[in-house]
Design a protein around this ligand. Structure first.
Ligand SMILES: Nc1ncnc2c1ncn2[C@@H]1O[C@H](COP(=O)(O)OP(=O)(O)O)[C@@H](O)[C@H]1O
Ligand SMILES: [Mg+2]
Length: 195
């Protein structure tokens, strides 16, 4: 499903290049559940952003389902991201001014799905995540665990083939963290590839 060949990523500062990723090769098969481990600053988030097409490497090849992502321009990358990938952030990244319902709905708006269909998809998701009663609340009215559930609901609302989760339980207590990991295990059993 995914193949990285010789990926390099660096940041330039005063003409000095600091390498975050150096010659990374990686292969991920459809249906895998892969964990990336390393100390803080090792480049885990950078790697996930590249896999998620939210950022590009400085050099190297990225094949996604045999498509040459490294040859894509930003618009093509964004388009592929929109239909293929769900991304869960450690800091949730929900939109504060939107309700739970509206946050979950966003990716469907980007995909230009019609109103009635959108409503039924979002309602199913609220139901599945047991958060129907929270649909009109704003993110700051939720606990961290609830916000992350909303973040995950938003990430999987379009049924992505690939779910990327960047330290999704990093800000949660162990009970909430366990719940989220069980949810990921279930999604993986249903066929979603997870990193
Ligand atoms: N925009 C940036 N400019 C300069 N350095 C950056 C930038 N983003 C990340 N880095 C550096 O890249 C390194 C890897 O960061 P990151 O991928 O976030 O690591 P991890 O997620 O494993 O903690 C860190 O040393 C970080 O300071
Ligand atoms: Mg990180």
């Amino acid at each position: 499903m995914i193949k990285l060949n010789g990926i390099f990523k660096y940041y330039s500062n005063n003409f000095i290049k600091t390498y975050v990723l150096r010659d990374i090769d990686l292969e991920i098969q459809q249906g895998e559940f892969v964990t990336v481990m390393g100390p803080s600053g090792a480049g885990k988030s950078t790697l996930l952003y590249i896999l998620g097409m939210l950022d590009g490497p400085n050099s190297g090849e990225y094949y996604y389902k045999d498509q040459k992502v490294h040859k894509f321009n930003e618009k093509q990358r964004t388009e592929l991201h929109k239909y293929e990938i769900g991304f869960v952030f450690q800091q949730y990244h929900l939109i504060d001014e939107l309700t739970v319902y509206e946050n979950i709905e966003i990716p469907l708006l980007y995909q230009k799905i019609k109103g009635s269909e959108r409503k039924s998809i979002v309602c199913d998701m609220l139901d599945r995540f047991n958060i129907v009663g929270k649909k009109s609340l704003f993110p700051n009215q939720l606990s961290g665990g609830q916000q992350q559930l909303v973040g995950i609901a938003r990430a999987i609302i379009t049924k992505p083939s690939l779910l990327l989760a960047d330290e999704p339980t990093g800000n949660l207590n162990s009970e909430q963290g366990k719940e989220i990991m069980e949810l990921f295990t279930k999604l993986n059993k249903e066929g979603t590839t997870i990193v």
